[in-house]
Write a protein that binds this ligand. Sequence first.
Ligand code: IPM
Ligand code: MN
Length: 352
Amino acid sequence: MSEYQIALIPGDGVGPELTEATLKVLDAVQKRFDLGLSIVKVDAGDECFKQKGVALPEDTVEAIKNSHACLKGPVGETAAEVVVKLRIMFDLYANIRPIKAYPSTPSLRPDIDFVFVRENTEDVYKGMEFMLDNTAICLRVITRKGCERIAKKAFEVARRRNAKKKVTAVHKANVMKVTCGLFAEVCREVAKQYPDITFQEQYVDAAAMRLIKEPQKFDVIVTPNMFGDILSDEAAQLIGGLGMVPGANIGENFAIFEPVHGSAPSRVGKHTANPCSMILAAKMMLDWLGEQHGDSKCSAAAQAVDEAVVETLRKGITVPDFGGRAKTVEMGEAIAEEILESNRLNGGNLLK
Ligand code: IPM
Ligand code: MN
């Protein structure tokens, strides 16, 4: 049996509701694929700040360090102190956010399928801001090393996706000639090492428009931190909203998986939040564990989660936002049931 320790941050707002639904799905894949995930719940976020006076306590960081991966729910007002800090602390330089149209969702088009590869540790997110008399200044830090590794990641992702084999670098080098200039230059250099992948560039304003006009044409979008943050929320709306978008923060040897959205405090207790974002984040985690540890059971489990999400949505089992009647946890249960059911239909025993 494969043994992985997973640090789980349920988060704030709807986080615990999404977590409950996601755990149903993880239970199902554990049974079907005989995975030994030992899940350790840890605190971080607004609630934690209220109780302990700190949004990201030391013991949480320790538990994360001792785990193979971390799964986190959305965090409220203290999100920057939690997730931006963790991204930098663990050097999780690649923020991977797939934008894919699923059935029975209000997607703009059914053929939308692309992925953001957002730089995750630099740019204005370094937190280097200060006042000089009455002038507020923010430093934008872009390094050659940072550009190189994110560009390489984007081309590697494009190779593995087996789809349009295209990387679009999104920047604003016509205005930010030095910072975006370096980013663009390095992307061009790295592109030469990948002659099998088409490379193109778009200014961020044009890209924002094209995402609406012709989203089906994108494959892999590589972009600095802040543009990636903004464009990924915009793109989420193409496929039914933020409830459909998972994200992975990936470094050399560690990764944190999370929904792209915030904690949606106005929805707490209504049990209407779409859990797909966090369930698909768990799917990305299984995929990453599979790849990282050469563990085909994890990879198969990831695929089973994706297929079960597709099937469940196809059957019309959705939350009210998508016209269904399922509660958050009920969607998790339906997806879990689908995972176990498809195993029975395939004639497999639970321990295949
Ligand atoms: C995201 C979030 C974070 C970010 C916030 C919560 C700090 O919006 O993950 O996209 O800006 O990166
Ligand atoms: Mn964001």
